[in-house]
Design a protein around this ligand. Structure first.
Ligand SMILES: Cc1ncc(COP(=O)(O)O)c(C=O)c1O
Length: 476
């Protein structure tokens, strides 16, 4: 393995040139054409975020005694989120590094709350719709819970309430709903689900990671939305990310608990080693003050007016996109998106090819595989940086879908499906060997055209797909 330490340091400019060199093949986030995973607040705000972040870069949130500033920043940010999510004075929370960590902490708190309050449970389990974020499954994996996934109502891609009722059992310690789910952008029937959970003394988490801020701003602007926050009885914890539609730099999220009695189970405190005492409400220990300061700065800088302006423009752009897509033959938005996130599917063209074609024109979206009755699809999370570009996007999408319909596909979907069906029962190494010649993979670099690979992955059963991806990435 190369990469040993340089014998001598190199000058600043050279180091920076080296770093810039690494970004050569990265997506250019400044184009306004990245339609997922990018929450660009615009120039001035971006500069402020960078300044705030770097001002607090050296501060370490682990040492609460040395940097009381971090505690103050955290208190302000948490209280803004609690206010937005209609929490009462009992609600408490903490900042984490992101949605996954917030979810992880809520799951840990629920597991340990149940240990104390429902000691009869020896094999704790979580119930969640198949649209809930993989972070819950990861948390279950790390924390030793089992998971029961429930189906969706395929008319609107919200959690199926009957399936949820049937899945809640004697061992369920936590049930989950999303506001909205990432895949389809729709809010689950939180009120009904939380009531079902409460009837059985089961805690209920709302994943507001992606939508907690945006939807709350929409509600405050007078939009009629399903309730999903602490105003709903039975909701016991909520995760809400600042580094998504809070437009703050990564890594910033908040996890809120209904009361201290629940949050006390999130803490990890340890004074039984020769080392310093660790007191963590999060999975991370040492944490830079950067995300705290940048989140605080952005909330203040934008204010409610700033957020409403972003939401208004983003919603207008979303409506334009939805109308534009509805007019294109051969592709449709599936479900009932509640905010500026949605997904498109096609029964006429290979959706992964649409992704490749639009990708080569600079549009970056995220493909999602078929699951629980949802067909393979192409996800868009609109951000305010995309707003000026939506007409062009719809035009390009129309052209690409039209051409694929008239000229046919370069990917032989049926043949790839037949291949996968033939080898799916084989060991992973055999599957890899069989599919590699058909998916444009050479070495460890992902192919430029991903459609054949995605077609193959989409066809594999999820469990096999996970193992194949583990195998592949473990080779890197
Ligand atoms: C609904 C939802 N929950 C949780 C997460 C995980 O958040 P993170 O990537 O910040 O860990 C995401 C990320 O997209 C999400 O959309």
């Amino acid at each position: 393995m190369d990469g040993a330490m340089l014998p001598k340091g190199v000058p600043h400019e050279e180091v920076m040139a080296g770093l810039t060199g690494f970004t050569e093949n990265d997506v250019d986030w400044k184009t306004g054409k990245v339609m997922t995973g990018l929450y660009d607040p615009g120039r001035d705000a971006h500069d402020l975020a960078v300044e705030a972040y770097t001002r607090f870069l050296p501060q370490n949130a682990l040492y609460v005694n040395m940097y009381p500033s971090i505690g103050k920043l955290e208190k302000d940010v948490v209280s803004s989120m609690a206010g937005l999510l209609r929490a009462d004075d009992e609600v408490v929370g903490n900042m984490t590094s992101g949605g996954t960590e917030s979810i992880m902490m809520a799951v840990k708190a629920a597991r340990d709350w149940a240990r104390e309050n429902r000691p009869g449970i020896s094999e704790p389990e979580m119930v969640l719709p198949v649209s809930a974020h993989p972070a819950f499954i990861k948390a279950a994996h790390y924390l030793g819970l089992s998971v029961r996934q429930t189906g969706l109502d395929l008319t609107d891609y919200r959690a199926d309430i009957t399936a949820c009722r049937e899945a809640l059992g004697d061992n369920t310690v936590l049930a989950v709903g999303s506001a909205p789910n990432f895949s389809h952008g729709s809010i689950d029937p939180i009120r009904e689900m939380a009531a079902l959970a409460a009837e059985r003394d089961i805690l209920f988490h709302v994943d507001g990671c992606v939508g907690g801020i945006y939807l709350s701003v929409m509600r405050r602007m007078g939009e009629e939305l399903r309730d999903f926050d602490f105003s709903v009885p039975g909701v016991t914890s909520i995760s809400v990310d600042l580094h998504k539609y809070g437009y703050t730099p990564k890594n910033a999220s908040v996890v809120l608990y209904r009361n201290r009695d629940l949050r006390k189970h999130a803490w990890f405190v340890c004074s039984s080693t020769t080392e310093y005492v660790v007191i963590n409400p999060t999975a991370q220990s040492t944490r830079s003050g950067g995300p705290f300061a940048a989140a605080w700065a952005m909330l203040r800088y934008l204010g409610e007016e700033g957020f409403q302006d972003i939401v208004r423009r983003s919603q207008e752009a979303t409506r334009l996109m939805l109308d534009g897509i509805a007019a294109i033959e051969g592709i449709e938005v599936i479900g009932e998106p509640d905010m500026c996130m949605f997904t498109m599917a096609s029964d006429q063209v290979n959706i992964f090819e649409v992704d490749d074609e639009l990708g080569s024109r600079g549009w970056k979206m995220i493909p999602q595989f078929a699951c629980g009755g949802s067909p393979p699809n192409l996800h868009v999370s609109l951000s305010q940086a995309n707003v000026p570009h939506v007409d062009r996007f719809v035009e390009d999408l129309g052209e690409v879908v039209g051409r694929l319909r008239s000229e046919g596909s370069a990917v032989n979907t049926e043949e790839l499906h037949a291949l996968v069906d033939r080898v799916a029962d084989q060991p992973i190494e055999v599957i890899m060997g069989e599919v590699i010649p058909h998916i444009g993979l050479s070495g460890m670099d992902l192919p430029e055209k991903m459609a054949p690979l995605n077609t193959v992955l989409n066809r594999l059963p999820a469990e096999k797909r996970d193992r194949l991806l583990t195998f592949f990435f473990n080779m890197t």
